[in-house]
Design a protein around this ligand. Structure first.
Ligand code: GLN
Length: 517
């Protein structure tokens, strides 16, 4: 089952040569899903519909008429994307029994391209958090140090040659590492080889953060490029469907499938990313890389600083011009987000009343009591806290001091990026997270809000500005945990950004995790 850790290109080639069938590939992915079930990457597994879809895919290959670039490829979907006939819980009691009557546009596009959905992945409740420890269904554990058997291999060495110098550590009991979040389940599904690709959502870093902790590629497209219809709203003005994969080329293939105008999402934009193909050997000639000086945040781990410097130096040696730049307002992104997020949450969450769909308490004395009891039983403390805060910020007497001010700061953050691009910089290179994945005991010592404030400092600004950003694994910490870097580019430059990410992937030779059978 080694092909589970390979690329989509390799899997599709095997499928086309008939050396592998979609049913075999689907079975292997379902088996892997079971092998790593203790990590709790999935809330719902869908073996029955996956096998049916794989059967149809097999028929197409038999007839020599595969329908798209993902025909027969197992994928996973974060549990906040609506999936027709498959429960969509958002990791919450509120939607525990919710089965949507329609599928999100991105889900439909994946299915149309032949992808096989093998399950819905775990997440922080309603995507609020950065650890996937706040799910009603329990936390998702990082695969690294988890007790699942794996080894590390370098792509540039002989296939199957493991790297014996990299020790594989196993942590016990409460000491497991968090997967990051809020899309931690999707990151673990991909890292473990249960799926080749996964959908996540990114409002402040929820794709890039878990990708960084789990050692996979996590891509947040430009706002509007990938439609949001059917993605259950958190912060409409910042939410984007995000993509997880183990290889940059796989992400480009997936982007080509899901990108493009959708008349059901008024914020979606036409894009020319369909059939995105990255150059075989991307070059750095003429590329200007900016290093934002403010991203040397207090608390940034030395190993992260070292690898950041090392990759910047390597890029310079290989033809890029690397220069220091300034994004002076980025330091306000978390505080600004702490106002804008609750305001949009307060508005979006009025729909969860227990009427129409979702959880409803059984006994109550009045309509009002029913709403109140339903919301307090159905939503966790973080969600309720944000609803309260948002309603406070939006009070007539407060709106100007909070919401309107935060919108102005958001514009300043966004203008910082514009200034950097207009000075000739093509991409920014920064850390994604301050350190490698934290231990659960360490992570849960802070509450959700404080943890997000600390963890999202490198990722949040990209959502404020709507620019594309990608997290790419580059090294391992001394404990054998992944360390990743982030690239950001001007809005609309998604393909150019992925080309630079591919250059890093090819030239840094990150040791990849292989699950052992
Ligand atoms: N950590 C941030 C929050 O809690 C961002 C989450 C996300 O990107 N969905 O809201």
């Amino acid at each position: 089952m080694n092909y589970l850790m390979g690329s989509i290109g390799e899997a599709v080639a095997l499928l086309k040569q008939r050396a592998l069938s979609p049913l075999e590939l689907c079975e292997a992915a379902l088996q892997r899903q079971e092998t790593v079930a203790s990590l709790r990457a999935f809330i719902t597994c869908t073996p029955k519909s996956a096998r049916e879809a794989a059967f149809h895919s097999q028929k197409r290959y038999d007839r020599g008429e595969s329908i798209g670039p993902l025909d027969g490829i197992p994928v996973a979907i974060k549990d906040n994307f609506c999936t027709l006939g498959i429960p969509t819980t958002c990791g919450s009691v509120m939607l525990q029994d919710y089965v949507p009557p329609y599928s999100a546009t991105v889900v439909k596009r994946l299915q149309k391209a032949g992808a096989i959905i093998i399950g819905k992945t775990n997440m922080d409740e309603f995507a609020m958090g950065c650890g996937t420890i706040d799910s009603f269904f329990g936390p998702t554990k990082n695969i690294h140090c988890s007790g699942v058997k794996y080894e590390f291999r370098h792509l540039k060495r002989e296939p199957n040659e493991s790297d014996p110098r990299i020790p594989v550590m196993v942590l016990e009991n409460e000491d497991w590492c968090v997967s990051g979040g809020s899309s931690g389940g999707s990151a673990v599904a991909v890292a473990s080889g249960s799926a080749f690709l996964a959908l996540g959502s990114d409002t402040g870093g929820s794709v890039r953060n878990p990708a960084s902790y789990c050692g996979v590629v996590g891509f947040k497209p430009s706002y509007g490029v990938v439609p949001r219809f059917g993605l259950i709203s958190l912060v409409n003005s910042m939410d984007v469907p995000g993509l997880f994969g183990r290889h940059v080329d796989d992400i480009a293939t997936m982007l080509g499938v899901v990108a493009g105008l959708d008349i059901q999402d008024s914020t979606s934009i036409p894009s020319e990313l369909q059939n995105t193909q990255l150059p075989e050997n991307p070059s750095l000639e003429g590329l200007v890389v900016g290093i934002p000086r403010e991203y040397h945040w207090p608390g940034l781990n030395k190993e992260v600083v070292d690898v950041w410097t090392k990759v910047a130096d390597l890029m310079e040696t290989c033809g890029a011009s690397v220069q220091e730049v300034s994004l002076p307002h980025t330091k306000y992104s978390i505080v600004c987000y702490s106002v804008l997020n609750p305001c949009e949450v307060a508005s979006n969450f009025t729909r969860y009343t227990g009427v129409g769909y979702g959880h409803q308490v059984e006994s109550h004395d009045s309509m009002e009591a029913m709403y109140a009891l339903t919301r307090s039983a159905g939503l966790n403390e973080t969600v309720r806290g944000r609803i309260l805060a948002g309603n406070y910020f939006l009070l007539k007497e407060n709106k100007n001091d909070y919401f309107n001010q935060a919108l102005k700061v958001r514009r300043l953050i966004s203008q910082d990026f514009d200034k950097v691009w207009s000075s000739g910089v093509h991409v920014l290179l920064t850390p994604v997270t301050l350190s490698a994945a934290l231990r659960y005991s360490e992570f849960s010592a802070l509450d959700n809000r404080a943890q997000s404030a600390a963890q999202d400092i490198c990722t949040q600004a990209a959502n404020m500005a709507g620019v594309p950003a990608v997290s790419i694994p580059v090294s391992l910490s001394c404990e054998g945990l992944p360390l990743s870097l982030q690239l950001m580019a001007p809005r609309g430059e998604d393909a150019a950004l992925l080309s630079v990410a591919k250059w890093i992937e090819k030239n840094v030779d990150f040791p990849r995790l292989y699950v052992l059978e």
